[in-house]
Design a protein around this ligand. Structure first.
Ligand SMILES: Cc1ncc(COP(=O)(O)O)c(C=O)c1O
Length: 421
């Protein structure tokens, strides 16, 4: 769907005024496209209260957003509107893209700083065929989640960590990046504008995907002249079809995800294209994902395609140290703290592939998977199994502790939760 298509269909104003929410640094100055959104008061502090006003608007909306048809509520302008859940099957969310109402966009030129972003209807974006991101892979992404609490509040988990990681990645990839404050403000605005897509408590979360890309045209190899920061969101359930059930990994010995001095430690888009082949082969052979080894010695554990890995032995929980080839996961960092607070001894160090043989448990961590217990790891045709097909005690304990915190079910003594309302 073209984002413009929804608006061009309205034809209420000869020259359409801005239909975007304009967001500055910390302030939210809002311009709306009447008559789709007629009551500006509704949106001044709560963009989540967006509602379609008239039956005719519903029809126009329907043309451009087929998948949203059932979820649109027609409210009278005077009604006291609260966010209503989208009408989708909340009990069967997977980890796939479900287009929502709004996305966030902010642009800046090379050498400048990001200054002003805006919410737009979710839809396609326009790029020059010679955009830096398309030709030279100048792109980064982030991933975080918003949870709906029983009391109606919306929670983010450590969004400043994602902002900081994006900034570190941007420095590596020669891109300007939003400030931490701009990042959090943009996430907040995007989540609230799409509030009706946040799953009910216990059914999943709203996955938030910030992107930073070289959107300007460039032919010779060089940083792009223009950059776009974009955020879109999608309601999600479990990442692995197994859910909390144990996953089955295969250790990859030929293909590598990252090399010393490369970009494995930042969340650049090319890292993910690079793992598709090994991951595809693993899945075709019945494995859930691939566990990578270091590319120099082919002996030390690195990480899985999109999550960090932990090995449990007795009271000791070990994970590969961050040394440039492994993504510094925010869940990883949080699990280390949670485990420490629960009395485990935690170690960040070189972990050899041989340690898998005697481990009591292995689990993976990431925003998408949270904590995912590993049921088996296959290495050089040998299959090592864990937990008698069940979820290991430590994995279960850490999963419960972290998810309870993220969903606002336990007190946040760490100061990790950001409430959006
Ligand atoms: C390669 C890789 N490792 C680890 C992680 C986990 O990071 P986080 O816990 O911040 O989601 C991710 C998350 O996307 C990832 O892509």
């Amino acid at each position: 769907m073209e984002s413009g298509a929804v608006f061009s269909g309205l034809h209420r104003h000869p020259t359409p005024p801005s239909h975007h929410l304009i967001l500055g640094h910390s302030r939210c100055a809002i311009k709306f496209f009447p008559p789709l959104f007629t009551d500006k008061k509704l949106f001044s502090s709560h963009p989540q209260s967006l509602q379609l006003q008239k039956q005719s608007d519903l029809a126009l909306y329907r043309n451009g957003n087929n998948n949203h048809v059932n979820s649109v509520r027609v409210a009278s302008p005077a009604s006291n509107v609260t966010s209503e859940l989208a009408d989708i099957d909340w009990d069967n969310l997977g980890f796939g893209l479900m287009p929502t109402d709004y996305m966030y966009m902010m642009k800046c030129s090379q050498g400048d700083s990001f200054s002003k972003g805006e919410l737009q209807r979710f839809g396609k974006i326009e790029l020059s065929p010679s955009a830096g991101v398309l030709n030279y892979g100048q792109g980064l992404f982030e991933g975080l989640k918003a949870y709906r609490k029983h009391d109606g509040n919306i929670l983010l988990f450590r969004p400043e960590e994602n902002a900081i990681r994006l900034r570190m990645g941007a420095e590596r990839m020669c891109m300007p990046s939003p400030t931490v404050e701009q990042f959090i403000e943009a996430v907040r605005a995007t989540v609230l504008a799409n509030e009706r897509w946040i799953p009910p408590p216990g059914k999943g979360s709203l996955y938030i995907r910030p992107l930073l890309m070289g959107s300007g045209a460039v032919l010779g190899l060089a940083p792009a002249p223009e950059y776009t920061f974009l955020i879109y969101v999608s309601p999600v359930g479990n990442y692995f079809k197994e859910g909390l059930a144990p996953i089955n990994l295969i250790v990859e010995t030929e293909m590598h995800r990252a090399t010393p001095g490369g970009t494995g430690g930042v969340k650049t888009i090319g890292n993910y294209a690079a793992v598709l082949k090994a991951q595809g082969t693993a899945k075709a052979n019945g494995y859930s994902d691939v566990l990578y080894l270091d590319s120099v010695h082919k002996r030390y554990l690195e990480e899985v395609s999109s999550c960090n890995v932990f090995v449990v032995k007795g009271n000791v929980i070990s994970t590969p140290a961050i040394k440039g080839t492994i993504l510094p996961g925010i869940t990883r960092k949080s699990i280390l703290d949670v485990a420490r607070s629960q009395g485990f001894q935690v170690e960040e160090r070189l972990v050899t592939v041989d340690e898998l043989i005697n481990a009591d448990e292995v689990f993976c961590t990431g925003t998408a998977v949270v904590v995912s217990p590993v049921g088996s790891i296959t290495y050089q045709n040998e299959r090592i199994t864990y937990g008698n097909d069940g979820v290991g005690r430590v994995s279960q304990q850490l999963y419960s502790a972290l998810t309870s915190l993220q969903m606002g079910l336990t007190e946040d003594k760490m100061g990790w939760i950001v409430e959006l309302k």
